[in-house]
Design a protein around this ligand. Structure first.
Ligand SMILES: N[C@@H](CCC(=O)N[C@@H](CS)C(=O)NCC(=O)O)C(=O)O
Length: 215
């Protein structure tokens, strides 16, 4: 049995949820007992983060490690190509997401709560647009990040890029993304599994934004 511990608004939970659904795996979803910052949860997961995956009693944190574990444990619908260099390229794109793109997007949440930091908003916009340009130079992005098939490289970006565009829009500074990434977003939007997986996450995001909207 697979249990995904996470929360409706969590970017990294949505990333793992998408990988589980692309693989066609059945799973149950729960929020950590007491919340993900609770002492009880930190006693189970070293850094107290979500997501975590429980597979038949084996508990694992860190989204990318979870995705690799699923790849090795349920190899039927791979999200990594067969050839070692192609696998490395996918892993590199996934790493770019986790290390260089998502942290920039995460910083926007605090600006939604306190929109007075205008110069911080502009510097985040400039730096994220620069990183997305760099991403566009190394990614295939047609139709998927690393080529013709969905891979581990798509799971994080499929959440973070729409999130970034939505948050910048809310903050009154629409994000400019390279044309190549629009092509990729359109291809992702046409994927039914992705649409169904992300719909509850999008609803949670809109509800969260509404709570901070000023008259
Ligand atoms: N590197 C971790 C990041 C996970 C992460 O930061 N999750 C957020 C929610 S999306 C979280 O748990 N934040 C609470 C905290 O860091 O205390 C992963 O890939 O799983």
């Amino acid at each position: 049995m697979i249990i995904l511990y996470g929360s409706p608004l969590s970017t990294y939970t949505a990333k793992v949820r998408l990988a589980l659904n692309w693989r066609g795996l059945a799973f149950e979803e729960r929020e950590p007992e007491g919340g993900y910052k609770s002492a009880a949860w930190s006693a189970r997961v070293a850094m107290g983060t979500i997501p975590a995956l429980d597979h038949d009693g084996f508990l694992l944190a860190e989204s990318e490690v979870i995705l690799e574990y699923l790849e090795e444990t349920f190899p039927d619908r791979p999200l990594l190509p067969a050839q070692p260099q192609a696998r490395a390229v996918v892993r590199c794109l996934a790493r770019l997401h986790d290390l260089h793109v998502e942290p920039q997007v995460r910083a926007l949440f605090s600006l939604i709560k306190d929109p007075t930091q205008g110069s911080r908003l502009l510097s985040l916009k400039v730096s994220l647009e620069d990183r997305l340009q760099r991403l566009a130079t190394v990614a295939v992005a047609s139709p998927c990040m690393a080529g013709s098939q969905p891979s581990l490289a798509d799971c994080g970006f499929a959440v973070t890029l729409p999130l970034a565009r939505r948050l910048f829009l809310e903050l009154g500074q629409p994000l400019e993304i390279p044309a190549k990434l629009w092509v990729w977003e359109d291809a992702m939007a046409a994927d039914r599994t992705l649409q169904q997986t992300l719909a509850p996450w999008r609803d949670a995001l809109e509800a969260w934004l509404l709570a901070f909207r000023r008259p």
